[in-house]
Design a protein around this ligand. Structure first.
Ligand SMILES: [Zn+2]
Length: 233
């Protein structure tokens, strides 16, 4: 193989690895953002559960205040009853007090039912919380891995960058210029001729003059895509 081709292929191999690492690196911020969104919405779901489950606690408070109101009424009626002279008025007050007491009994039953529900709610919430914590720690683990990966890739790129410098010195500036320009484009800058007389990059058939130059080992560009060509034969 022609020396410049050999040297350039060596450089190209390093650059292709750098390129693919850079592509991987570019995907990481999006992956991090999506994990963070996932974590945020999981927390949102947990908060909503808490609010939903707080409803029974709120109802207990309402029942308690209704009981207190009835007790206040009873106290008030009892003070009144001490001053009532007529028996029928007294009986009416007693009846009213009795009704209030029976109302309190109903409310207390309701209070107990709600307390059971709150207990169930708490148990359910704990279950949700457990699920959330598991999800959260798995996401955190992934985020940490992505963070580690970022570092690893950057180190690897730096290592490859420093190994490419001596390789560029082996090449003539003219070749290096063409190569560097092509490196900004997709695909490999230097490709072999394939299927006898086709460009290994764009796969178009090469004209005889181009084929001739490539076979001679001269710096040759594809007639169509301008990628650098070499023959393996
Ligand atoms: Zn081509």
């Amino acid at each position: 193989m022609i020396q410049w081709v050999k040297n350039l292929l060596e450089l190209q191999e390093v650059d292709m690895r750098i390129k693919s690492l850079e592509q991987r690196l570019a995907l990481i911020p999006g992956e991090v953002a999506s994990r963070q969104t996932e974590k945020k919405s999981a927390l949102e779901i947990l908060k909503n559960k808490r609010e939903e489950l707080n409803k029974n606690s709120m109802s207990i408070k309402q029942v308690e205040s209704a009981i207190k109101q009835k007790l206040d009424n009873i106290n008030r009626l009892q003070s009144q009853s001490a001053m009532v002279k007529k028996n029928n008025e007294y009986q009416a007050l007693m009846k009213e007090i009795e009704e209030l007491q029976s109302g309190i009994g109903d409310l207390e039953t309701r209070q107990l039912e709600l307390m059971d529900k709150v207990q169930e709610d708490d148990d359910r919430y704990k279950e949700f919380e457990k699920q959330y914590k598991a999800q959260e720690s798995s996401i955190d683990e992934e985020l940490q891995e992505l963070n580690g990966l970022t570092g690893e890739i950057k180190d690897k790129i730096a290592e490859l960058q420093s190994s490419r410098a001596p390789l560029t010195k082996k090449l003539e500036p003219e070749i290096l210029n063409i190569y560097t320009r092509l490196l900004q484009k997709p695909g490999q800058p230097l490709v072999s001729v394939v299927n006898g007389d086709c460009c290994g990059h764009c796969h178009m058939k090469l004209i005889p003059q181009t084929m001739h130059n490539a076979q001679k080992g001269a710096v040759t560009l594809c007639d169509q895509c301008a990628h650098m060509l070499y023959t393996t034969g």
